[in-house]
Design a protein around this ligand. Structure first.
Ligand code: SF4
Length: 367
């Protein structure tokens, strides 16, 4: 069976041509699958009955299985989603007054082994397919529609206004599937999100950043976390391959095509590691050519992490130095930590294939 959830509209049109049908069927299918969340071909009433019967025989709309749904005291929701018998991933919905943000995963685990990241500590199993990535949005959208407060919304109206590729995995290390899934997010026949409302967060895979700006320029966040190469080599090991100078140049190039005129630099605040006055001053120097905002993320502890969250007073001083230099700085509020849904806490279940057992290894990532 062909899983139609794997296709963007162009690929779906090609599929219809390949089975002897008109390409415009793709638009109809996209609306049924994504806009209305319908999986049963029988319900797709504007499609000829003969075609519906044909689709039933050779295609499916295969969405990932939800293994567990948890709701935090603050309204944050987390879904544990089965990737296969041995592995699972997580997606998180964060409701706010003016928007609803879904954080989705791109890989089962992550090979990049950032030392402060729960996903990175678990190792890596495999990339997710496009259907498994967009399936998280499908699942969350449909689950939220059954929820009090959302259940009266007309079909097709957005509950999820923003998507961030910040869950498990490095999205640019799973380039093709991630781009296909984001094209579906942006498609007016599917979820119709604007490029500004879809954010991809990368730890800095420079060649893939250059490809992304041509193929699917969405808002960009960069996991920086350190203001010099010596420290970043240690806590974000991909820095050994793409050091800060190359990363900053890639950010400048990206902004030429980006839907926003700034990059968001994410910076996890680790007590005594990267949070001093000197680190803040170094940070100002390294980003000086890149229009940017900063998002300071108080470290969310997990078992055996070896790190502590920066003291509030240190975070404040760090923030004030950046603000005094004219930057917009937000300090991320922790959401959903009672269900381990906060930033850096997503773990799912990963059968590690790297066999690195928490050692930080040199990484080669194909992009
Ligand atoms: S921070 Fe991102 S890139 Fe680094 S290990 Fe975690 S998921 Fe991977």
């Amino acid at each position: 069976m062909t899983n139609l959830l794997n296709f963007n509209q162009t690929q779906l049109a090609d599929y219809f041509v390949s089975i002897g049908e008109k390409p415009f069927r793709a638009k109809q299918l996209m609306r049924w699958m994504h806009h209305f969340g319908v999986r049963d071909f029988g319900q797709m009433t504007d499609i000829a009955k003969v075609l519906r019967e044909k689709l039933k025989l050779e295609a499916e709309i295969g969405v990932p299985e939800v293994l567990l749904e948890q709701v935090s005291d603050d309204g944050t929701r987390k879904w544990l989603i089965g990737a296969d018998e041995a592995n699972s991933i997580e997606a998180v919905f964060i409701p706010e007054d003016a928007r609803g943000t879904l954080c989705i995963s791109s890989q089962v685990g992550c090979a990049l082994a950032c030392t402060f990241c729960s996903t990175g500590r678990q190792g890596f199993n495999r990339n997710l397919s496009a259907s498994e990535i967009i399936g998280q949005l499908w699942v969350a959208n449909n689950a939220l529609r059954q929820t009090d407060g959302y259940d009266m919304l007309p079909a097709g109206e957005r509950i999820i206004s923003n998507v961030v590729m910040m869950g498990m995995g490095e999205p640019l290390a799973n380039y093709d599937s991630v781009v296909t899934a984001m094209q579906i997010m942006l498609d007016d026949s599917a979820y119709g999100l604007s490029r500004r409302c879809v954010t991809l967060s990368t730890s800095g895979l420079v060649p893939a950043m250059d490809r992304l700006k041509e193929d699917c320029p969405v808002a960009l966040a960069v996991s920086l976390h350190a203001p010099n190469d010596a420290l970043r080599d240690e806590i974000v090991p991909i820095n050994k391959k793409y050091p800060i100078k190359d990363l900053m140049a890639a950010c400048e190039r990206y902004l030429v095509k980006a839907p926003r005129d700034f990059v968001t630099f994410e910076y996890v605040m680790l007590d005594g590691v990267n949070d001093t006055v000197e680190h803040a001053r170094q940070l100002l120097t390294v980003v000086k050519n890149v229009p940017c905002k900063f998002n300071l993320i108080p470290f969310n502890p997990f078992k055996n992490s070896g790190y502590e969250t920066s003291k509030t007073s240190h975070i404040r001083v760090f923030r004030d130095i950046l603000m005094a230099a004219g930057y917009v700085v937000t300090v991320r509020k922790t959401r959903g930590d009672d269900i381990d849904a906060a930033c850096g806490q997503l773990a799912g279940k990963v059968l590690d294939k790297t066999k690195r057992s928490f050692k930080h290894v040199a990484i080669e990532v194909a992009v």
